[in-house]
Structure formats: structure tokens, C-alpha cells
Write a new protein. Structure first.
Length: 348
């Protein structure tokens, strides 16, 4: 089925192989060697984050598991803490336990950001505390910079590492009056994704001190991630750093305009009311199944993909979906998005 336009950043024309290869062909030069893009990517990410070293991984799942394994081996502790809706716990089949024998300690309420008082209620020695910026599954919420600094400081004082799940750190930076390096300085290790906000094909980078990254390189090889020909993944990510990264503030402004229009219309509402990043959730007065059906009919009839999937709600008559604004999202005006959302019940 042809997708002509997509509000979802993770589908649509910009993700088609033909489109991606066309952009890549314009970027790659005859003098480029296979090892050049990976080296340049690692150096650029390390420099942006103010970390001594950075290491490419073929997936974020592998990068984060390796980071936690290294911190566990260093501390001799087998537990880590994080938000109950942490991507590591919810979306990755508990790979941290199946592959590395680690246990997860959820902190705080699953519908809210955790705070310092929630961390202080953890009474077991931790190898690491994971901070997801922004917290995707609760609408892209961000703690204040001061709260984040206090929480990361508590982790270090307790002997645990502070690890940043920065899958959307490129977007999260727009919510702080701080540079990437100032944010990353709060953490021992930082993981960033290459295929979300940067619109790469796949891959991740883990940054930290030289000893930690050296240990991580050993685990990357053990887990099959030391691939030789990673240059296409790195090259496409570098394109995203050139094109997408400078526009993150623009994406955030458009997300705020969309949210304002949705909330003013009144049929649906957003979380948060004013997005702190280009990511937010839209809450619908419809069941998840009806919303999925309506979105599928919208796609079939117009070629517009409004969202990837609807999320369930404790109230079976309600659901939500995620909006993450990127280049494709800029094609949709606030008025058009409101009309598409308001028209969903008629398409069931």
C-alpha cells in the first residue's frame, strides 16, 4: 500500500529505500573509504556529547544492554533501576535478564516521571540508573534540568552509574537551556539513536570514558555487533546530523502548534498540553480497535498515515497515539491534523 504522506516519522516516503539511496548517493564521495563514515560518526557524537570516546552499534538494544553489562561488571551489582515504562523493560523482551542475568527495579508511578524521592525509596545496591530522555511512553515528558542533575548525582553517590537512554536525546535537548555536552555531563554513559530523529536506517552510538567504551567494545564483539561494513548505516546517520539535527527546534515549534490546535478543537487532547520536545501523545475518545480501523481506512482512501498504532487505555473507550514531528510532519498544517483526527470516527 502506497503511503503518500505520513505524520508518523517512522514511516512514509522518506523511509523508502529509493528515497534513502538517492540521498545517500548524493552524499557519498568517490574518495570515501569504508571505514571513514563510522570513524567520523563516532568522533562527531563524542565531540557533541563532550565524552572522550564513542562506539557505533548496529542497534540501540545492543548498545544499552552492553552499557548495563559493563556497569554491572564494574560494580559487581546485578540490578538497575529505571522508569516502569522504560524501553529496556517494555519493548525488548527483557533482554537484560535473558542475556546478562540482570534484574530491573521499576521506580515511581508508570504514568508519571520519577523523582529523587522515588530513587531514595530504592533499598538495594544498583549497578546503574537509567534516565530516558524524553520519557516516550508517557507522552515525551522531561524532568527539569535541576531535577535530572539531582537524580543523576544521587545515583553516583550511591555507587551506581547514571546512564542516559538518549534514543531521542537529539529532540530532548530542545527542552533544556543546555547544550548536548552539558546534558551528557550528568551521565557516565549516553546512548543515542541514529534512525529516529536523524532518520537513519538503523544503528546507535554509545559514549563514555575510554575504559568503559573499551570494555563495551569487547561485549559488542561478543554479541555480534562488530560488523565490518557498517559504513552505509553511519553515512546515512551523518546525513541526518547535517540535515535534521539543526532543525530540531523547528520540529518542536511545529509540534507545539499541532498540540495547541488539537487542544483548542476539543475533540481530542494532548499529553503534555504543550510539548517540551517534538514528541507528544494524542488522546482520542475512541477504542483502540476503532482508532486502528479508522486510521487504516484513512490510509487506504487518501494515502495518509496518521499514526503507526493506537495505544490502549484503562478506559476501553479511549486510546492514544504518538506524534513525533520530523521533516515529514512539517507537511501537515495544524488545521489539517485537527480535521484528520476529528474525522476518524466517521471512518470506522
Amino acid at each position: 500500500m502506497d503511503i503518500r504522506r505520513s505524520l508518523s516519522q517512522h514511516s512514509g516516503p522518506r523511509k523508502s529505500p529509493h528515497e534513502v539511496l538517492g540521498r545517500l548517493a548524493e552524499w557519498v564521495t568517490p574518495a570515501m573509504r569504508p571505514e571513514d563514515p563510522v570513524r567520523e560518526l563516532e568522533e562527531r557524537v563524542a565531540g557533541l556529547l563532550g565524552k572522550p570516546q564513542a562506539l557505533f552499534f548496529p542497534s540501540g538494544t545492543m548498545a544499552q544492554q552492553v552499557a548495563l553489562r559493563v556497569h554491572a561488571d564494574r560494580t559487581g551489582r546485578r540490578s538497575f533501576a529505571g522508569h516502569p515504562q522504560s524501553h529496556l523493560h517494555v519493548w525488548e523482551n527483557q533482554g537484560y535478564n535473558a542475556l546478562h542475568g540482570l534484574s530491573f527495579h521499576p521506580v515511581g508511578d508508570r504514568h508519571e516521571l520519577f523523582g529523587l524521592h522515588d530513587l531514595k525509596a530504592v533499598h538495594e545496591p544498583l549497578a546503574a540508573v537509567v534516565f530516558e530522555l524524553p520519557q516516550r511512553d508517557i507522552g515525551g515528558l522531561l524532568p527539569s534540568f535541576e531535577d535530572l542533575a539531582a537524580q543523576a548525582g544521587w545515583a553516583r553517590e550511591s555507587g551506581a552509574a547514571a546512564h542516559c537512554d538518549g534514543a531521542r536525546l537529539w529532540e530532548a535537548q530542545t527542552g533544556y537551556d543546555a547544550t548536548f555536552a552539558e546534558i551528557a555531563a550528568l551521565f557516565d554513559t549516553v546512548y543515542v539513536s541514529l534512525y529516529k530523529g536523524l532518520e537513519g536506517v538503523r544503528g546507535a552510538v554509545l559514549a563514555g570514558d575510554a575504559e568503559t567504551i573499551g570494555h563495551a567494545a569487547v561485549w559488542r564483539r561478543r554479541m555480534g555487533g562488530a560488523i565490518v561494513d557498517a559504513w552505509p548505516l553511519a553515512a546515512i546517520a551523518l546525513m541526518g546530523m547535517d540535515v535534521n539535527l539543526p532543525r530540531m527546534a523547528e520540529f518542536k515549534q511545529h509540534a507545539q502548534a499541532l498540540a495547541e490546535a488539537i487542544n483548542a478543537d476539543g475533540f481530542a487532547h494532548t499529553t503534555p498540553g504543550t510539548p517540551a520536545t517534538p514528541l507528544f501523545h494524542v488522546h482520542l475518545p475512541m477504542s483502540r480497535h476503532d482508532a486502528q480501523k479508522a486510521a487504516q481506512h484513512l490510509l487506504e482512501e487518501t494515502g495518509i498515515r496518521l499514526f503507526l498504532y493506537a495505544r490502549s487505555n484503562p478506559d476501553p473507550g479511549r486510546c492514544s497515539f504518538e506524534v513525533s514531528v520530523g521533516i515529514s510532519g512539517l507537511e501537515f498544517t495544524p488545521r489539517e491534523v485537527v480535521e484528520l483526527i476529528r474525522g476518524l470516527p466517521s471512518r470506522v
